[in-house]
Design a protein around this ligand. Structure first.
Ligand code: TYD
Length: 223
C-alpha cells in the first residue's frame, strides 16, 4: 500500500504553508498519517542548498546552474524523505516541487524545457505528485501579503521574492498554463479569498480526487 503525494504550488505570498498545515490537520483527523515538507529543503543536505540559493549566493551560476542546484536538493529530498514515506503508506504534502523549477527557472527563467525534463527524470524518476494544488492570486496581492508578513517578522525578501512585478505576473501565468495542460493532476484554487474558504475548497478537491474518487465503470467482458 503506497501513500499519496500532494504538492502545493503558486506564486510568492499565496499562503501555501498555512494551507498545507490546515490540510495536514484535516487528513490527520481522517486517520491518515501525514508528513509535511518543503522545497528547496526537506532533508539536512537539501536545506543547506536552500540557504545558498535563497540568499542569492548561487545567482552567479545563472538560471541553469540554479536549476541544477534545485535538482540536486530535490534528488536527496525524494530519495531520503518522500519515497520512503510514500512506501510506508504516508500522505506527503510538499510546499513546492517540480513545477516550481519549470516556472521559476524554465518558463519565466529561460532554462530549456528539454534540459528540465531530463533533470526531472534523474532527480525524481517516477515519484510524481498524485495531486498538485495551485494557489492562484494576482501577483500584486501576493506581494502585498508577503510584504505585510515580512514587516511583521522583520525579515527580508529572498532571491526570487524581490524580482520585478512583471516577472511575478509571468510566473502566475506559467502555473496556470501547467494546470491547463495537466488538468487531471492539477487543481487551481482561488487564493485571494479568506483562508477558511480556501481551506474548504482544497478539502473538497482532496476528498473528491483522492479520498473518495468516483469508481471507474467496470470494463465489460467480451464485446
Ligand atoms: P518558498 O516556498 O516561497 O519559501 P518561503 O516560503 O520561505 O519564501 O520557496 C522559496 C523560493 O524558491 C520561491 O521564491 C520559489 C523558489 N523556487 C524556485 O525558483 N525553483 C524551485 O524549484 C523551487 C522549489 C523554489
Amino acid at each position: 500500500m503506497t501513500g499519496r503525494f500532494i504538492t502545493f504550488e503558486g506564486g510568492d505570498g499565496a499562503g501555501k504553508s498555512t494551507q498545507i498545515r490546515r490540510l495536514a490537520e484535516r487528513l490527520g483527523e481522517a486517520g491518515k498519517s501525514v508528513v509535511t515538507t518543503r522545497e528547496p529543503g526537506g532533508t539536512p543536505l537539501a536545506e543547506s542548498i536552500r540557504n545558498v540559493i535563497l540568499s542569492g549566493g548561487a545567482r552567479g551560476f545563472g538560471a541553469e546552474g540554479e536549476a541544477l542546484l534545485f535538482g540536486a536538493a530535490r534528488a536527496d529530498h525524494v530519495e531520503k524523505l518522500i519515497r520512503p514515506a510514500l512506501l510506508a503508506g504516508q500522505w506527503v504534502l510538499s510546499d513546492r516541487f517540480l513545477d516550481s523549477t519549470h516556472v521559476y527557472q524554465g518558463l519565466a527563467g529561460g532554462v530549456d524545457e528539454t534540459l528540465l525534463a531530463a533533470l526531472d527524470r534523474v532527480t525524481v524518476g517516477r515519484t510524481r505528485p498524485d495531486l498538485t494544488v495551485i494557489l492562484d492570486l494576482p501577483a500584486e496581492l501576493g506581494l502585498q501579503r508577503l510584504a505585510a508578513r515580512q514587516s511583521a517578522a522583520g525579515t527580508a525578501p529572498d532571491r526570487f521574492e524581490g524580482d520585478a512585478l512583471s516577472l511575478h505576473q509571468a510566473r502566475r501565468q506559467a502555473f496556470l498554463d501547467i494546470a491547463a495542460r495537466e488538468p487531471e493532476r492539477c487543481a487551481v484554487v482561488d487564493a485571494s479569498r479568506p483562508e477558511d474558504g480556501v481551506a474548504d475548497e482544497i478539502w473538497r478537491v482532496v476528498s473528491a480526487r483522492l479520498l473518495h474518487p468516483p469508481r471507474r465503470p467496470a470494463t465489460r467482458a467480451g464485446g
